[in-house]
Design a protein around this ligand. Structure first.
Ligand code: FAD
Ligand code: NAD
Length: 159
């Protein structure tokens, strides 16, 4: 099957946008990702999928930790920054959750320890055990059909 057809099909699945962050030797590295899913409630597990060419891959393997930051709808520029889509890299200061680097103003921050790693095709799946979460009451940034979107409130029909 053609790569473009596969990507077009996947782009029809509307998602939020996360920045995955990790830290090695005091250096924080972030990457934009929409391949994120809740896995288990007991224990509390999530999964992320990282491409084999991504710089963050070896850093998560080395550190054994990552955070998932679900971006808010006013954080599109951060998504573009951590996807390498801006002409100039932004300087980003990270907050801390469970002593891991997280992004202030995100809808949700999750601090995870890697509990399993599976190489599948050209990606590596990291299962993360969620150690702590922090939430903010904001609308999320959305991604659909290759474009960023915002939530639109739909009025309930008057009965
Ligand atoms: P780099 O290319 O090295 O870094 C990415 C960018 O982040 C660079 O511009 C870098 O300067 C900046 N950056 C890193 N750390 C910092 C810091 N501490 N402070 C400031 N800036 C910093 N790829 C996947 O593998 N899985 C996915 O699920 C996935 N989902 C995506 C979803 C969307 C909506 C988009 C747009 C892209 C997605 N990608 C995904 C692609 C991925 O984001 C890019 O390929 C990314 O550039 C690869 O990151 P990297 O680790 O190689 O890091
Ligand atoms: P796009 O049309 O390339 O991607 C559409 C959808 O296809 C994505 O949302 C994702 O679900 C899937 N996809 C894209 N590249 C993939 C890959 N290498 N492996 C597995 N699934 C992939 O365009 P876009 O959504 O605007 O993405 C912009 C850039 O970010 C592209 O270079 C794309 O390859 C990359 N990206 C990678 C992943 C991933 O590795 N899981 C996910 C999203 C985007």
């Amino acid at each position: 099957m053609d790569d473009r057809l596969f990507r077009n099909a996947m782009s029809k699945f509307a998602t939020g946008v996360t920045v995955i962050a990790t830290e090695t030797n005091g250096n924080v590295h972030g990457m934009t990702a929409n391949a994120f899913m809740s896995v288990s409630l007991d224990p509390k597990l999530v999964v992320i999928s990282i491409g084999e060419r991504a710089n963050i891959l070896s850093k998560i393997k080395d550190s054994g930790i990552f955070t998932v930051n679900i971006l808010a709808d006013d954080q599109k520029e951060l998504s573009m920054n951590f996807a390498g889509q801006l002409k100039e890299t932004k300087e980003v200061s990270f907050a801390r959750l469970n002593d891991m680097p997280v992004i202030d103003g995100a809808v949700a921050q999750m601090a995870c320890e890697v509990s399993a790693t599976h190489v599948e095709g050209d990606h590596t799946l990291f299962i993360g055990r969620v150690k702590d979460v922090y939430l903010e009451e904001k609308d999320p940034l959305l991604f659909f059909n290759g474009k960023y979107r915002s939530m639109i409130a739909v009025e309930e029909p008057i009965s």
